[in-house]
Design a protein around this ligand. Structure first.
Ligand code: PMP
Length: 355
């Protein structure tokens, strides 16, 4: 059995893959593949409606918000957010906590004016800046709640009265959040929601038309909301598999239950990193992500040796991103504690060999 610690696309529950594979051949006894039915068919309308209602239920989305299924990944949101929310002459505030946050800010800079309220680039993004001021006249404030590459996470929304936009690509559905604290949240699906190809956007309807600009229809949130995410052909299969995954999450007991599991999984792994003399964590302890656990060794030679052992033990995808080096274990919702234990056993085996 392989233990998939990949950062995304990543592990999804096996039963989701099994059901999805059956639907590729015969979707719900229709004699047709999910890949060939019309997105306007009654069958697919039921799929998208159930996916939306599961998102609303699991995230407890309040009234007055639209739930959209878009394309172009989270990266497209780096442009769509300022296109839709930044008026002529206005400016938006961004918190810089790593590669994705920087890309979001750069994307916005092409559309209008931005202000970086704080950055942790001085320490290779190993912590989350805490004391910073968000100008009250910002059109909106943007941050990344989980920094997939650096293994840091923002657990509490920074305090501000300006509309807040959050990129939750790598921690959506992993912990309870209060959606009403946010004006717009988005997430590429390919971590905890489903396969790549669909992007979840949850937006307060009041934001429609906020920039006062003429936006190409395909980039206008309001046009997608009015069309029920069917302005153009949606990513049918990605939405379908997301629905199966959301059903799985609901059957498990929802986000409160998975959050407790995620807390235990992360704690178990960080405890070993802190105990084992060969490894050390890279993120500030108080900002450690529960989704992406980053750690290193003292010498690159030993790292190569550990990676080789990990491969032998069927641990997949633990090589760290080049910006941090070392290792990164992505421990999303579908990764079981038994995979965490397999990694810990391998770390202990390595320690035994080396001491
Ligand atoms: N934001 C975050 C936090 C991410 O982790 C990623 C991808 N790993 C992105 C944005 C970019 O997502 P996409 O590839 O869907 O554009």
């Amino acid at each position: 059995m392989k233990h998939n610690f990949g950062a995304g696309p990543c592990i999804l529950p096996k039963e989701v893959f099994e059901e999805a594979s059956r639907a590729v051949i015969d979707f719900n006894g229709t004699g047709l593949s999910i890949l060939e039915i019309s997105h306007r068919s009654k069958e697919f309308e039921e799929v998208i409606a159930e996916t939306e209602s599961l998102v609303r239920e699991l995230l407890n989305v309040p009234a007055g918000y639209s739930v959209l299924f878009l394309q172009g990944g989270a990266s497209q949101q780096f442009a769509m957010v300022p296109m839709n929310l930044l008026p002529e002459g206005g400016f938006a505030s961004y918190l810089d906590t790593g590669v994705w946050a920087t890309k979001a800010a750069k994307g916005a800079k092409k559309i209008g004016q931005i202000d970086i309220v704080a950055s942790s680039s001085d320490q290779n993004y190993s912590y989350i800046p805490k004391d910073f001021a968000i100008p009250a006249d910002s059109s909106y404030f943007h941050y990344t709640s989980n920094n997939t590459i650096y293994g840091t996470e923002v657990f509490h929304k920074p305090n501000t009265s300006v509309p807040t936009v959050v990129d939750m690509s790598s921690d959506i559905l992993s912990r309870t959040i209060d959606v009403s604290e946010f004006d717009l949240l988005y997430a590429g699906a390919q971590k905890n929601m489903g396969p790549a190809g669909v992007t979840l956007v949850v937006i307060k309807d009041e934001l429609f038309g906020k920039s006062g600009k003429t936006i190409p229809t395909i980039f206008d949130y309001e046009s997608h909301a009015k069309a029920g995410s069917m302005y153009n052909t949606p990513p049918v299969f990605s939405i379908y598999v997301s629905m199966l995954n959301l059903r799985w999450l609901k059957a498990k007991g929802g986000i409160e239950v998975i959050e407790q599991e995620n807390i235990i999984k992360a704690r178990t792994l960080y405890d070993e990193i802190d105990r084992n003399p060969f490894f050390k964590g890279t993120a500030a302890v108080e900002d450690r992500s529960r989704m992406n656990v980053t750690f290193v060794m003292d010498t690159p030679e030993l790292e190569a040796e550990f990676l080789a052992l990990a491969k032998e033990r069927n641990l997949i995808g633990i090589k760290g991103h080049r910006s941090v080096g070392g290792f990164r274990a992505s421990i999303y919702n579908a990764l079981s504690i038994s995979s965490i234990n397999a990694l810990i056993d391998t770390m202990r085996e390595f320690e035994e060999r080396k001491k």
